[in-house]
Ligand binder design. Structure first.
Ligand code: PLP
Length: 496
């Protein structure tokens, strides 16, 4: 039964408040936009639904934060924004303007980044599969290539020789031993073999004489600072051995995977986790669509599995995460990781994607219809599809905001699921049931918070020939919000 309540504070926008709330951290620019629906309406009328909005000042702030941390240690460092996390050109341009580089993972990412101001100093190529054309473009422009395997060495050597230009390369390493366990990865050279390989085959008068090793690289799949510290210490040792053998290594790149925090309150996160488990065990799941356990399941009366989502709440995140990596004390030398880097004169590099996009983006969609399904549940159809906000895991666990066209005077609380435009039963945009103060009307908006990192673009498809959503670059407003502060990312021109 819906509850009727006179709203004390009349507002036009509300956060969805399900039984187990997951309140996202929001920024003032988001509220500014919610408060000025004239601008928002204009944007959606002009660009269609949904629109992705990217706030450049927040991106710049994240960059400054990482810079300040490295500078506080007096370290040599470089930051490369992993643009795989978001397709927008505007962010690449801003990365260069803010004095950092860009990590590219495909020919087009590299080519476009070069056209947007990238060069040998501020780009790196880390593609998982490297084509001839990628490698050629990188060598021609002096962009370092992170090599993953021997076949890539062969290909890079032959292209470099053909062009007549030495390729600057970094070696990706994996298989670090942490607490007695070898960390498996499908990527990279094995940590126990890389020194022999480089020592035997790479450099002047060796098989790969057109490759110049300038650094080492790793990217860990986990979110452990401990594993990163231990892997970094091992890499520093490898770098110093290789230096002794005459290789002029200058950097170690520790990739991305720096945790960020999406949620305001830890207790909400814990309560949600506990109650989801309880709902699965007791088989009375009224939290998610179609009893989805988001990774938990009941087998022979026992709870199995684990929450298969990003860990949305993290006390240690971004800057404090990196600080923890750098402050770790190496048992052998008694020195911190930061001191070891300084002592060995090694530049540390990072490639954050998601964490540099914290508070940068929002996806806003228009309500298309409302209906009650056969179970009596309200389904609110949005003009968007599941690929336009899709997590690589079971769900995106942040409460959305609902923007009403007028003030809500009487609360008539309603539980809804948001559904999308693909012809799939599973096109349900959030798996959690969301409680709203009032059923939204057709043409009102739903805003999904903090979607810039991977959520907007990574799985975006054009099934049914739906247009891809428009990416708007919001330069920020000092005074009154205006339509003209939003630049269509498609209109950002590339230098030819
Ligand atoms: C090599 C490499 N660098 C950087 C990143 C960016 O990671 P994140 O967005 O988690 O910071 C990834 C992500 O997969 C990666 O594979």
């Amino acid at each position: 039964m819906n509850q009727l309540r006179i709203m004390k504070e009349k507002k036009m926008y509300y956060k969805g408040a399900p039984k187990y709330e997951l309140t996202p951290i929001t920024s003032s620019w988001m509220h500014e936009l919610f408060n000025d629906q004239v601008v928002l309406r204009g944007l959606i009328e002009r660009y269609g639904s949904p629109v992705n909005i990217h706030h450049l000042p927040s991106f710049n702030e994240n960059i400054i934060n990482y810079k300040e941390l490295f500078e506080s240690y007096g370290l040599k460092y470089r930051i490369f924004y992993a643009r795989k996390a978001n397709k927008s050109k505007g962010l690449v341009k801003q990365a260069f303007t803010s004095g950092i580089g860009v990590d590219t993972a495909s020919y087009k990412e590299l080519e476009q980044s070069l056209s947007l101001g990238g060069n040998a100093e501020n780009l790196v190529l880390t593609a998982a599969i490297k084509t001839e054309e990628q490698i050629k473009l990188a060598i021609e422009n002096g962009v370092p290539i992170i090599l993953d395997n021997e076949d890539e060495c062969v290909l890079t050597q032959s292209i470099a020789k053909e062009i007549g230009k030495i390729a600057s390369v970094g070696f990706r390493i994996s298989g670090f031993e942490v607490d007695g366990e070898k960390l498996y990865s499908r990527f990279g050279f094995d940590v126990d073999e890389v020194v022999d390989f480089i020592g035997s085959y790479v450099g002047e008068q060796r098989t790969f004489d057109f490759l110049k090793v300038t650094g080492l690289h790793f990217h860990l799949d986990s979110y452990s600072t401990h594993q990163r510290s231990v892997s970094l210490i091992a890499s520093i040792k490898i770098a110093s051995t290789l230096k002794e053998k005459g290789h002029a290594l200058s950097f170690i790149d520790i990739g991305g995977g720096i945790l960020m925090n999406y949620l305001e309150k830890e207790n909400q996160w814990l309560t949600f986790n506990e109650n989801l488990k309880k709902a699965v065990v007791e088989s009375n799941n009224d939290i998610t669509y179609n009893n989805n356990g988001l990774g938990f399941r009941l087998e022979d009366g026992k709870l199995r599995g684990k929450l298969n989502t990003y860990p949305f709440f993290n006390t240690i995140n971004k800057r404090s995460f990196l600080k923890e990596v750098l402050d770790f004390i190496d048992d052998e030398s008694g020195l911190s990781v930061a001191s070891l880097l300084l002592k060995n004169d090694i530049e540390i590099r990072i490639e954050p994607g998601r964490s540099l996009l914290d508070q940068v983006g929002m996806t806003i969609a228009k309500v298309s219809h409302r209906k009650k399904d056969a179970k009596g549940q309200w389904l609110v159809g949005l003009e968007m599809n599941m690929s336009q906000m899709m997590s690589s895991s079971a769900d995106f666990l942040l409460d959305p905001f609902i923007l009403y066209g007028s003030e809500v005077e009487v609360e008539e609380s309603v539980d809804v699921f948001f559904t999308g435009a693909y012809c799939l039963e599973r096109d349900v945009l959030l798996k959690r049931k969301i409680t709203l103060p009032k059923l939204p009307a057709i043409g009102e908006y739903v805003a999904f918070i903090n979607t810039a990192g991977y959520m907007m673009h990574f799985f975006e498809t054009e099934a049914h020939l739906f247009e891809l959503s428009t990416n708007l670059i919001f330069t920020g407003s000092k005074e009154k919000l205006s339509f003209f502060q939003f630049i269509d990312d498609n209109k950002i021109v590339l230098d030819s």
